[in-house]
Design a protein around this ligand. Structure first.
Ligand code: HEC
Ligand code: HEC
Length: 193
């Protein structure tokens, strides 16, 4: 009797594990990402984003957008074609488990960061990205992201090259941003502590 109930518990645990994300499997899959996104999910390559510390759901949604073709990027297109839903769940959990990149110090242009800080406050970026800019759910972490990538991302939303998920929140936000303000915001966020 004891043996039987142990067997049932074992089956239940296994099926629960099958549905939950597997960080170790995500780590193994992420070897294919390291050449571009960095060994620890912190990118050292121009215009390639860091993934470490991104909210789990944000990473998952972006992979789904790339796979569906609603977010377009030649380099990512080749990568996502073979990813299963399970791979995507595991990758989301793995990158969320890594320590996020820190804001770059020293800040070579604190004046520009001050402008970016004012703009971020005026435009209420924190209402979605949180006070720490760490992001939540399908909203990206933007603190400590690469400056060149932040610039590209904001310009892509503004031009419509990137539509953004959900309620098209970022397309609405970026539409009214002048390039000078985009430059200041990207600089501020890349250096925010
Ligand atoms: C050949 C280089 C390359 C490889 C390999 C690669 N990526 Fe990317 N990835 C990119 C580039 C470039 C972008 C930025 C796309 C853009 O500008 O919109 C990107 C963007 C992303 C984003 C969106 C991040 C954000 O902040 O919006 C995610 C998520 C992502 N990659 C996950 C992965 C995963 C997971 C793998 C491995 C399975 C991987 N990538 C492999 C080049 C690569
Ligand atoms: C109404 C909510 C909302 C507001 C306000 C908002 N964002 Fe976002 N932001 C989002 C969401 C949701 C995403 C992910 C969109 C997607 O799927 O492409 C995002 C994505 C981004 C990205 C892309 C990150 C990446 O890794 O690719 C940047 C950069 C960004 N936001 C900057 C800002 C800045 C700067 C402001 C203020 C000027 C701002 N956001 C205001 C919701 C918001």
């Amino acid at each position: 009797m004891l043996k039987l109930s142990m067997a049932i518990v074992a089956v239940l645990l296994t099926s629960a594990a099958a549905n939950a994300a597997d960080i170790e499997a995500g780590k193994a899959k992420a070897q294919a990402c390291a050449a571009c996104h960095g060994d620890t999910g912190v990118s050292t390559t121009e215009t390639i984003p860091s993934l470490a510390g991104q909210p789990d759901l944000y990473t998952q949604w972006q992979l789904i957008f790339f796979r569906a073709g609603t977010r377009k990027n030649e380099q990512m297109q080749a990568v996502v074609e073979d990813l299963t839903n399970e791979d995507i769940r595991n990758l989301g959990a793995y990158f969320a488990s890594l320590p996020p990149p820190k804001g770059v110090t020293p800040d070579p242009d604190p004046g520009l960061s001050d402008k970016g800080k004012l703009s971020a406050a005026g435009r209420r970026c924190t209402s979605c990205h949180l006070d720490s800019f760490a992001g939540v759910k399908a909203t990206a972490r933007i603190a400590g992201q690469r400056e060149d990538y932040l610039l590209k991302a904001l310009r892509d939303y503004k031009s419509g090259a990137r539509a953004g998920g959900g309620m098209a929140a970022m397309a609405d936000v970026a539409y009214s941003l002048q390039d000078e303000e985009i430059t200041a915001l990207a600089h501020y966020l890349a250096h925010v502590q």
